[in-house]
Design a binder for this molecule. Structure first.
Ligand code: 4AD
Ligand code: MG
Length: 475
């Protein structure tokens, strides 16, 4: 049987019932005969206060193999980080900020955490320091909150698509195609690294060069062109050596793909999707978001995190073409490090300017020059721009990238040849256009960027349990 979590115990009304609290000691302080122990098991933003009266009938040390009456020993081991099992009665709490506390009758320390070496002694540690002890940082209030928001929003992703008839699709992690045509792929091989393959990768495990996927999109398209609406939610890997606060080498991406859908349908879906996730954060993670609002609102000028999410959820995202965006940027050309120029990719300073200064909220930019976008995007009639759309948000810039896909087999194969791609390897992708081709569209949301946006965490390495980036694969 599952035991009740701190979250459940905190929400019981105090009918003087007996409870057992299991968790890790966050703080312990003493006043006269009373020992105040705050215990949390990670199920709740705040733990539960357990009060042990040394003069009362409590029995610290009973249970879990401790010797009966070994009060002094148990209390000595009851430091920050120790795991405990505490029995007592749930009573109304006189302290501010909590309805209930536990009047302790029995304490057992299951695993002590010696104060001399346990690294989480102080109340506030820097995020940089906590990154070095990623195996313990989930025990802090901040990282507990990040983990709960991540889990709740992952669930909200599935709920959103399920309600709209999208099937959850598992696309391969190991693949032989470069879905984004950007070449930043990790190779998967069983060959001896010290021996250069004589004749390509024919002798390798898969009989060909294989990689970790950068995106499940191409495979998702095949299923969308059979089942109409699908989405993937899985890890993606990119060997870009960009050491920024917005890039990881391993990140999670959600990629819906819809048949019979135009770029406009794609933008509508993306906008609804983000708004529903902002609302889910506010509703399903209210206490955690209030915590981030209080401590991590720094960059959300004025409105705070909750205010920003509420406003974005109620707004209509501004939509503009890439050409219009460049025109806006040119008006302020002097304020940028990189000069905005038609044909060049938008820099993150440009994306920030468009969202923060021009729109004052999320912006969807469409119709980018074909040269700066992937091969699969549908060409506009001008033959210069493609039916792409990026959703940009204040503070972060790009959070979603998507497009209508080229559904004309000739145009697509011509574009692939122009880019020097081996069309033979993509025969299956071209087949979708040869047989029963339909207009279809989709996009990718970077899950960590979403979590950054709703929590206000500045560094993407702080919103995934174990970040992988260039030079970093510990744990
Ligand atoms: O714009 P991207 O590269 O688009 C694709 O991968 C398409 N296949 C999506 C599609 O149309 N199905 O990536 C999509 C999103 C970005 O907007 C960003 O949020 C995130 O994925 N992303 C990253 N997040 C963290 N670290 C990285 N290195 C990322 N690269 C992209
Ligand atoms: Mg992109």
């Amino acid at each position: 049987m599952l035991f009740p979590l701190v979250r459940d115990i905190r929400s019981l009304s105090p009918k003087n019932q007996d409870v057992t609290v299991r968790g890790w000691v966050r703080t312990r302080r003493e006043m006269k005969n009373l020992v105040f122990i705050e215990v949390n098991d990670g199920s709740s933003l705040t733990g539960i206060q357990c009060v042990f009266d040394r003069g009362g009938g409590g029995n610290a040390g009973a249970g879990a193999g401790a010797k009966e009456g070994n009060t002094a020993g148990t209390l000595a081991a009851l430091g920050t980080g120790a795991s405990v099992e505490i029995r007592g009665r749930l009573v109304p709490s006189p302290a501010a900020g909590q309805d209930v506390e536990v009047a302790v009758s029995e304490i057992a320390v299951l695993g002590p955490a010696p104060a001399e070496s346990y690294p989480l002694q102080k109340k506030h540690h820097s995020l940089e320091f906590l990154r070095e002890i990623a195996h313990l940082r989930a025990r802090t209030t901040t990282f507990g909150a990040v983990a709960r928001v991540r889990s709740n929003l992952a669930f909200a992703v599935h709920r959103f698509f399920r309600e709209r008839g999208f099937l959850y699709l598992h696309t391969p992690v190991i693949t032989s195609n470069d879905a984004e045509g950007a070449g930043a792929m990790f190779r998967v091989t069983t060959l001896d690294p010290s021996v250069k393959p004589e004749s390509g990768y024919g002798g390798d495990f898969f009989g060909r060069a294989a990689y970790l996927t950068v995106s499940g999109q191409l495979e998702a398209e095949t299923y969308a062109c059979a089942l109409s609406r699908v989405y993937t939610f899985g890890p993606a890997f990119r060997a870009e050596n960009s050491n920024t606060v917005r890039h990881l080498a391993e990140f999670w991406m959600i990629e819906p793909e819809m048949a019979f859908a135009s770029l406009e349908d794609d933008m509508d879906l993306a906008e609804d999707f983000l708004k529903s996730l902002f609302t889910a954060a506010l509703e399903d993670c209210a206490r955690d978001i209030a915590f981030f609002d209080k401590h991590f609102s720094g960059e959300h000028a004025g409105k705070g995190i909750a205010g920003t999410l509420e406003e974005a959820a109620a707004s209509r995202f501004v939509r503009m073409t890439y050409t219009e965006a460049v025109r806006e940027l040119e008006k302020a050309a002097d304020s940028f490090e990189y000069r905005p120029r038609w044909g060049c990719d938008l820099q993150s300073e440009h994306e920030k300017f468009l969202t923060e200064k021009v729109a004052g909220g999320p912006v969807i930019v469409t119709s980018y020059p074909k040269e700066i976008k992937a091969f699969y995007m549908k060409m506009n009639d001008d033959e210069k721009t493609v039916r792409a759309m990026d959703v940009l948000v204040p503070r972060l810039g790009e959070i979603i990238g998507g497009s209508q896909r080229e559904d004309d087999p000739l145009k697509l194969s011509r574009r692939m040849e122009e880019l020097g791609m081996k069309t033979d390897n993509y025969f299956w992708y071209l087949d979708l256009r040869r047989y029963g081709s339909v207009p279809h569209s989709g996009f990718g949301l970077g899950f960590e960027r979403l979590i950054q946006y709703v929590t206000g965490m500045i560094n993407i390495r702080d919103v995934i349990p174990y970040p992988r980036a260039a030079g970093q694969a510990e744990f």
